[in-house]
Design a protein around this ligand. Structure first.
Ligand SMILES: Nc1nc2c(c(=O)[nH]1)N[C@H]1C(S)=C(S)[C@@H](COP(=O)(O)OP(=O)(O)OC[C@H]3O[C@@H](n4cnc5c(=O)[nH]c(N)nc54)[C@H](O)[C@@H]3O)O[C@H]1N2
Ligand SMILES: Nc1nc2c(c(=O)[nH]1)N[C@H]1C(S)=C(S)[C@@H](COP(=O)(O)OP(=O)(O)OC[C@H]3O[C@@H](n4cnc5c(=O)[nH]c(N)nc54)[C@H](O)[C@@H]3O)O[C@H]1N2
Ligand SMILES: [Mo]
Length: 763
């Protein structure tokens, strides 16, 4: 049953492309110029500059841009932010308002015709709103009525498992902890989150092999590394402050190796925007660039390890860390005998790289002892994504490059508190020990059956096994795969609720009844009964620290995420022993509860107030692998890609442009790739274009192929690009419609949004 004529996908319209030269370096003055433009346009100059001076300072608020950590000690004089952090702030502090009047004059179906860029630019939502059954306009509703409606809808379900409680990764520790507690007291573990689409494969692969689902390095390790390998990641756009850490590695004599199908500008060369002396020269970052085919990473790593083994066999102990292997690891023999079955000749075509170049890379790895491997979505969003991660671990274990200074694993997280949300229990597969301590502290019986992750949640709604969807942040319809399928799933629901800052497409693709509950953003003051509050977050390297908003809230109607959770819980749970409304008066009370239930948070209220916060325990960092099944770090045996492309088929990766934050589209340019004012593009190898008789800027339609199913996305402009043969790149979310719901990673269930098999036809 579909509501009205709602558009789940952005319009198939072009916006006026301009191609420019690809810059030779990233950041520098242009980045400052671009930050200021966004700040001035959205926020205004004076307020904007005030805001920038507070980002990531010890007394300021955590940048909502990404989860890259701040220096433990010295912080930059100007501010620890980057171009994209500034844009994220500009989006949140925007002058534009989506008020009740706005909704009275714009219907939901009319808004759904807009692009995500246009929807986002409408601005921040000012009042709680309801879309009543059969209506095409949101209307104002009181907070009390909204909470009551949610409570009564949840309580009429036959089973708590018919409700889904999604979380995006910006939610604070305090709000996340209460949210999962509420959901479990309500009676379900249906807590899917954006991690399911993001670093789930990292968590699974690392837990099994090293006994912790998080990375092991700290920021300081970059000052001590001999070699940093960056795989499947585009930090110039998505984690710009990481480039400063890479620059530090080089400053201390370390090397950088990059493994990516694209020569991403930021990784190649970098001008530090905070060092004007370098604006004109810049630093060369990458020493060796391996331009791997999409999903060729396991094959490439196997070749590298075969070459290392050859060197090691010639001179025992010259390449491998035998002490570490003997004392700290398990399954080494099985791993080596599996590796020996592989042949470089068979593996090579999967990589698309010349053997001589891989030999150079292997030599660099052989010569160096302290190695960090960083990665992001280029490794985690494939069918064999968990294999990718475990194969990285194999390489690090051979070199003993874990649990020592200057070495280790570095999965670079996306959302600024995605790691903290997991630590707080936002997970559909909670451990029994975690549930035991919740039960003990809060006196209730926690559900033990595991819940739905993102893909399972979509299927449950599609099959009408679930009928209430609540989203704590995020933009579910645009972030998830298989847009039309997910659209039907959401529209099958009786109630969809979104706790949001800004208008997005998920407010428009709705259940029978829909609510938007507007919340405070990171940059805003959060005043509760006990006075002004701060929240806490955990960065990519396991540091927990405070985030303190400074701006006046944009509307007096906004509530904090914490207050919203408490309001919903209070209206839903009849016999909870938790005093929900008291907890929200003073967040120290929530932190006390966290301290009592989650290991590593001793003296939480005290330590989080100390400058810069505190590190959570990390066994891998401490060279202790006792939490794994064997009690040691485990070598593993991994699969190369099983995908075989037909002659006319292409592999498509869906990636981010420079002007977007996931589904929030800041602008229409991808400056570092020389593409301006257009998002409906497909980057292709020139030779492939010739084979298909395509010229630059020809219009093509794309068809994805999966188990005899076909999915279509129309009207994309072809752009010749430096990308391996049979590999293509498009932007997410425009091509999410092509990602099949069933095409996902083994074990982690992450949508395989970097390996979509397509054919390309001239329109
Ligand atoms: N400005 C900005 N910052 C962000 C975000 C944003 O959208 N905008 N998103 C945040 C979030 S939630 C996340 S998870 C991160 C995402 O950060 P990234 O993972 O850097 O984001 P993607 O654009 O998905 O880039 C994937 C990279 O992997 C490469 N790649 C794709 N397939 C393969 C492959 O098979 N092998 C290898 N070796 N490489 C491959 C692509 O060429 C690309 O460089 O960024 C976070 N930070
Ligand atoms: N094809 C394809 N799909 C992908 C990916 C890909 O690479 N390719 N990447 C995946 C990844 S890595 C991720 S993490 C997901 C992202 O999935 P999501 O996290 O669901 O999506 P976002 O676009 O980050 O969510 C943006 C919305 O969050 C709300 N918001 C912003 N700040 C706050 C806040 O402080 N509080 C609250 N309550 N709401 C706020 C705003 O309303 C905004 O519209 O997408 C995934 N989808
Ligand atoms: Mo992410």
């Amino acid at each position: 049953m579909k509501n009205k004529d709602l558009k789940a996908q952005p319009p198939e319209e072009f916006t006026g492309i301009k191609l420019t030269e690809i810059p030779k370096t990233a950041a520098g003055f242009k980045a400052i110029q671009s930050s200021l433009k966004h700040i001035v346009d959205e926020v205004g100059l004076i307020k904007g500059i005030g805001l920038l001076s507070k980002i990531n300072q010890k007394e300021g608020f955590d940048c909502p841009g990404c989860a890259w950590p701040d220096p433990d000690e010295k912080r930059a004089f100007l501010a620890e932010y980057c171009e994209n952090g500034a844009k994220a702030i500009a989006e949140e502090a925007t002058k534009n308002r989506v008020s009740p009047m706005f909704f009275a004059t714009h219907s939901v179906s009319e808004l759904s015709e807009l692009s995500d860029y246009e929807i986002g630019k409408k601005g921040r939502i000012t009042h709680p709103m309801i879309l009543k059954e059969g209506s095409d306009h949101y209307e104002e509703i009181s907070w009390e009525d909204a909470f009551k409606l949610i409570g009564s809808e949840l309580n009429t379900l036959k089973s708590p498992d018919e409700a889904i409680f999604y979380t995006s990764g910006r939610t604070s520790n305090e709000a996340a902890f209460l949210y999962q507690l509420f959901v479990r007291q309500f009676g379900t573990n249906n807590l899917p989150d954006c991690s399911n689409m993001c670093h789930e494969s990292s968590g699974v692969g690392l837990s099994e092999t090293l006994g912790i689902g998080k990375g092991s390095v700290t920021l300081d390790d970059f000052n001590h590394a001999d070699l940093v390998i960056v795989m499947g990641q585009n930090p110039g756009t998505n984690h710009p402050r990481m480039l400063s850490a890479l620059k530090d590695t080089k400053k201390h004599g370390g090397k950088i190796m990059t493994i990516n199908p694209l020569p991403e500008v930021g990784l190649m060369n970098f001008k530090d925007p905070q060092n004007p002396l370098k604006w004109f020269s810049g630093d060369k970052l990458t020493d060796i660039f391996l331009q791997v085919k999409i999903n060729g990473d396991v094959a490439l790593l196997k070749i590298i390890m075969l070459l290392l083994l050859e060197k090691e066999n010639k001179n025992k102990g010259s390449v491998f860390d035998l002490d570490f292997i003997n004392n700290k690891t398990a399954n080494y023999k099985a791993f080596i005998s599996d590796l020996e079955k592989e042949s470089i000749k068979n593996l090579l075509p999967q990589t698309g790289i010349e053997l001589s170049q891989i030999e150079d890379a292997a030599q660099m790895i052989a010569e160096n002892k302290k190695i960090i491997i960083c990665w992001a979505m280029g490794l985690t969003q494939h069918k064999n994504a968990v294999d990718n991660i475990r194969e990285i671990v194999n390489l690090l274990l051979l070199k003993g490059s874990i649990g020592k200074k200057g070495a280790g694993t570095c999965p670079v997280r996306g959302h600024s508190n995605v790691q903290g949300d997991r630590t707080m229990g936002i997970w559909e597969k909670p451990k029994d020990s975690f549930l035991d301590s919740l039960e003990k502290e809060f006196g209730f019986k926690a559900p033990r059956e595991h819940g739905y992750d993102v893909v399972d949640a979509i299927e449950a709604m599609h099959k009408k096994k679930a009928s209430v969807f609540i989203g704590m942040g995020g933009n579910f319809i645009s972030a998830t795969p298989d847009t039309e399928y997910t659209s039907t799933a959401l529209q099958n629901c009786d109630l969809t609720v979104h706790i949001s800052t800004k208008l997005n497409r998920s407010h428009l693709i709705h259940g029978k009844t829909a609510l938007i509950l507007p919340c405070l953003g990171r940059s805003e003051k959060d005043v509760q009964a006990a006075g002004e509050q701060f929240v806490s977050v955990e960065n990519s390297m396991g540091v927990v620290h405070q985030s303190h908003g400074h701006l006046e809230p944009l509307s007096s109607e906004l509530l904090s995420e914490t207050a919203i959770v408490c309001g919903i819980a209070n209206a839903t749970l009849k016999d909870s022993k938790v005093k929900w409304l008291d907890l929200t008066t003073n967040y120290d009370l929530i932190r006390n509860k966290i301290e009592n239930t989650i290991p590593g948070f001793d003296d939480y209220n005290k330590r989080v107030r100390i400058n810069g916060g505190f590190y959570l325990p990390n066994n891998a960092r401490e060279n202790n692998f006792s939490p794994t099944k064997t009690g040691k770090a485990n070598f593993s045996i991994n699969k190369t890609s099983e995908i075989k492309l037909e002659i006319n088929e292409f592999m498509m990766m869906t990636i981010r442009s420079h002007d977007q934050y996931n589904t929030t589209i800041y602008g229409l340019d991808d400056r570092y790739r020389g593409i301006k004012n257009e998002r409906r593009v497909i980057m292709m190898n020139k030779n492939d274009m010739n084979d298909l008789n395509l010229s630059k800027l020809d219009i093509v339609n794309l068809t994805s192929h999966f188990n005899d199913e076909k999915r279509y996305a129309k009207k994309f402009l072809v752009i010749p690009y430096d990308i391996p043969r049979q590999c293509t790149a498009t932007y997410f979310p425009e091509t999410n419609v092509l990602v099949p719901i069933q095409s996902k990673a083994d074990i982690s269930n992450t949508p395989a949004s970097k390996t979509v098999i397509i054919t390309i036809d001239k329109a």
